[in-house]
Design a protein around this ligand. Structure first.
Ligand code: KDG
Ligand code: MG
Length: 403
């Protein structure tokens, strides 16, 4: 079997997605997701100008050799654009390989290690009582694990507060990013009260998660972690940026709160120290941003050696193609922890019909050969690309902060 064609397309059924399709002379095709929120055209162009033309005539079953060729062969290594492009090719090749062997993809990753994949949903609101209503809504849908986000009084936009009931989409359409003002002091005052309020309302029946979205220093993160310990969060996510991985030593020394990190990572080198020193509990790297399944498996195996579990990033800005890749991966690897599952809109699901299904707080990837996802290209063409950007955050004196 040889690759005869590889193409990338960008569509916006509610939000933008970058999709790769690889075709073979055996009539089998594979799909990959190359979506990088707010930078979609950079990845699409890297793919169409520099990567896809190299694939014709190659053996699609040689996933590892092709990965190494695209990674080492470019000379310029790592980075979000390059690794999203390699990730999409790799996911498409695994999809193809599983279709060629007529098995659901998880069978090639070790087979099922569990019956189903525990997922968490996103409850958010502008005040605590409405937050509890959102938590109850997710609980009633069967979710056992729920991320809670609420706008702190005195802060214009709390991170992670969605506009609708079930869909959270931080990117706003337009030629420039929206601007938001942030106050760490108000947030630190409020976050422990938010946890206390939700625990009072729901007791211990739910796993509660929270995302600080890179906005604290390690010292502030340690302070917050200590105050959240009595409320036993499932995890506290992205408390501080991790360009300085050593910074997590300080956080770890001061709090036992479980830490999750890595949704912006694009290679194993971004988390090597975090894993080998056991500075985190959950690694959030995700296949479409982190070099595909081939590379993510290496991260998961290094994590396993150090008693760290996975919690792949699964926001609305990865397409159902990458979501399916995660569900197969989650079902197969031993050190799976939890999977983020933000709901895609009906418009998105119509463009990407899929076999994975949600039931009572868990997802199963389905037993269709390959990933179990299709791409309706005619429908996709009816949703042309609409540029949208993630917001930029400022402190109240005008200093640019981490969004
Ligand atoms: O594109 C950015 C989003 O994916 C991110 O803000 C979502 O932090 C996020 C999460 O935990 O899902
Ligand atoms: Mg996050």
């Amino acid at each position: 079997m040889r690759i005869v064609n590889a193409a990338v397309s960008v569509c916006s059924p509610g939000r933008a997605f970058v999709t790769v399709r690889i075709d073979t002379d055996a009539g089998i095709s594979g799909l990959g997701d190359a979506t990088l929120n707010g930078r979609e055209l950079a990845v699409a162009s890297y793919l169409s100008e520099h990567v896809l033309p190299l694939l014709e005539g190659r053996d699609p079953m040689a996933t590892e050799a092709l990965w190494q060729y695209l990674y080492r062969g470019a000379y310029w290594r790592r980075g979000p654009v390059t690794m999203a492009a390699i990730g999409a090719i790799d996911i498409a090749l695994w999809d193809l390989k599983a279709k060629a062997l007529d098995v659901p993809l998880y069978q090639l990753l070790g087979g099922a290690s569990r019956e189903k994949v525990r997922v968490y949903g996103h409850a958010s609101a502008g005040d605590l009582d409405t937050l509890c209503e959102a938590v109850a809504r997710y609980r009633d849908m069967g979710y056992e694990a729920i991320r809670i986000q609420c706008t702190p009084p005195g802060v214009e936009h709390g991170y992670g507060v969605g506009k609708g009931d079930l869909y959270y989409e931080p990117a706003t359409p337009g030629p420039r990013p929206a601007e938001e003002t942030w106050s760490t002091a108000h947030y630190l005052d409020f976050a422990p009260r938010m946890f206390a309020h939700v625990r009072d309302a729901f007791g211990w029946e739910l796993h509660l998660l929270h995302d600080a979205h890179h906005r604290l220093t390690p010292q502030e993160a340690a302070w917050l972690g200590q105050r959240l310990e009595p409320h036993r969060p499932f995890w506290l996510e992205d408390v501080a940026p991790a360009e300085l991985q050593e910074g997590y030593r300080l956080i770890r020394r001061h709090t036992t709160v479980p830490l999750a990190l890595g949704e912006v990572f694009n290679s194993i080198y971004d988390c090597r120290l975090l894993l080998t020193e056991q500075l985190i509990d959950y690694i959030r790297a995700t296949p479409s941003h982190c070099g595909g399944l081939s590379h993510l498996l290496k991260i998961a195996h290094l994590a396993e050696v150090h008693h760290i579990r996975t919690g792949c990033h699964g926001p609305t800005d990865v397409s159902p193609v990458a979501m399916a890749a995660m569900f197969h991966f989650d079902l197969a690897i031993h050190n799976f922890g939890i999977q983020e599952f933000m709901r895609h809109t009906e418009a998105t699901n119509a463009v990407f019909p899929h076999a994975y299904r949600f039931e009572d707080g868990f997802v199963h990837p389905g037993d269709v050969a390959g990933l179990g996802v299709d791409y309706d290209e005619d429908l996709a063409r009816q949703h042309p690309y609409t540029p949208a950007y993630l917001p930029v955050a400022y402190l109240d004196d005008g200093t640019v902060h981490n969004w």
